[in-house]
Design a protein around this ligand. Structure first.
Ligand SMILES: Cc1ncc(COP(=O)(O)O)c(C=O)c1O
Length: 396
């Protein structure tokens, strides 16, 4: 039977991980995998997470199933974090949030909801986008296309082209938008551009599906969802996928949530029942550990303050590294201006190098990145930034 199966292609990032592990050069640098690293190159467990885990061990007295929507405290707190305490849509009970296994689970469940609401509808994703987006949207009865997003010549968002692609969609289509810290480009829309986009979506009856995987890692916890709150005011309906992998450092615990905003309370209730139906068919009920941790952190003032401080430290380190790496490469060569890296957000930026140059970085300097030239800025630190900048200048 199984002779019919072909080998599933290895994810290029996983290939990079094993090549990096096998490299004995003590100066090797991993800029591939999308996890946060501190100045020592570690991905530590946050103190707020450790504290919430201790509480959980103490107080948990059963392992019976959660309600099907998951941990109610987590769902409520994530909804408040996203939409704010004064959200009109939340007050009108037009918003439902359901925990999912990671942000990937949220994208999958959200995609299936979109397909159920409008079978065969068009959905556009940014070009380029996160490597797993199209795979997660597949088999959800959606017609997947893309909109121009990043211009590698100017290192800016192709906003006019993006708007033109959305304006050309048939009414009642979908568009997948990344909230902040765009993966893989690091180039985000400004709030003024989001405002323009909201008007366009409204005019063309296009429903946004917003994927937020790096909340709090761009400018701040409120600033990084300002556009979402705007969309929830300007538009009657939207879907949000949320991940707590990066901002809570809970990668392997699989913590995420999907939220739906409906035009009326009834519509939102029906959408919720469909989300629960999808989840039931995919994995029945979501895992509990990470969601309980996040729920406890967000609902305990002391732990919340501790988490916010740790998140601020991560964000400031990323933004500081961005400024430093741009300056360090610029100081070593005159051919190109790398200043754009300092104006982008999150973990990723494209260096704009050729495949040949990337291979030289790997073979001659043990510097690992995917062949699109996307780097994870968190892989840089005061101990390796000069070596990295020297190497980039050498291959340019
Ligand atoms: C844009 C984007 N969306 C969603 C995710 C999903 O994250 P996870 O499933 O690990 O929570 C990621 C992770 O890299 C991402 O970059």
């Amino acid at each position: 039977m199984f002779e019919t199966l072909e080998r599933f292609p290895v994810d290029p990032i996983l290939g990079l991980i094993s090549a990096y592990a096998a490299d004995h050069n003590p100066r090797k640098i991993d800029l591939g995998v999308g996890v946060y690293k501190d100045e020592q190159g570690r991905t530590p467990i946050l103190a707020a997470v450790k504290a919430a885990e201790r509480i959980r061990l103490e107080v948990e007295d059963t392992k019976t199933y959660y309600p099907q929507a998951g941990n109610p405290v987590f769902n409520r707190e994530v909804q408040r974090l996203l939409f704010g305490d004064d959200s009109k849509a939340c007050a009108e009970q037009r918003v439902h949030t359901v925990q999912t296994p990671g942000g990937s689970g949220a994208v999958k469940v959200g995609a299936m909801l979109l397909g159920l609401a409008r079978p065969g509808a068009k959905i556009l994703v940014s070009d380029p986008t996160w490597i797993n987006h199209k795979a997660l949207l597949a088999n959800s009865d959606l017609d997947i296309g893309s909109y121009p997003y990043y211009d590698s010549a100017s290192n800016r968002v192709r906003f006019d082209d993006m708007k033109a692609a959305i304006a050309a969609l048939p009414p009642r289509s979908y568009v997948l938008l990344q909230g902040c810290c765009h993966n893989p480009s690091g180039a985000d829309l400004t709030l003024a551009q989001w405002r323009e986009l909201a008007a366009l979506l409204r005019q063309h009856e296009v429903v946004p599906f917003v994927d937020i995987a790096y909340h709090g890692l761009a400018i701040g916890v409120d600033e990084d969802v300002a556009y979402l709150r705007l969309l929830a005011v300007e538009l009657p309906e939207l879907v949000v996928a949320y991940s707590c992998s990066k901002n809570f450092g809970l990668y392997r615990e699989r913590v995420g949530a999907v939220s739906v905003v409906g035009a009326t309370r009834d519509i939102a209730d029906n959408a919720l029942s469909q989300i629960l139906g999808v989840a039931r068919r995919l994995y029945s009920v979501p895992p509990a550990h990470g969601q309980t941790i996040v729920g406890t952190i967000l609902s305990t003032p002391q732990l919340r303050a501790s988490w916010l401080a740790e998140l601020t430290e991560m964000r400031e380190r990323l933004n500081g590294m961005r400024r430093e790496v741009a300056a360090a490469i610029n100081a070593r060569q005159q051919q190109r201006d790398f200043g754009f890296i300092a104006g982008q957000y999150g973990m990723f930026s494209f260096l704009g190098l050729s495949v040949e140059q990337i291979r030289r970085l790997r073979n001659e300097f043990s510097i690992y990145m995917v062949e699109t030239s996307r780097i994870n800025v968190a892989g840089l630190n005061p101990g390796n930034i000069d070596y990295f900048a020297d190497a980039v200048a050498a291959v340019l």
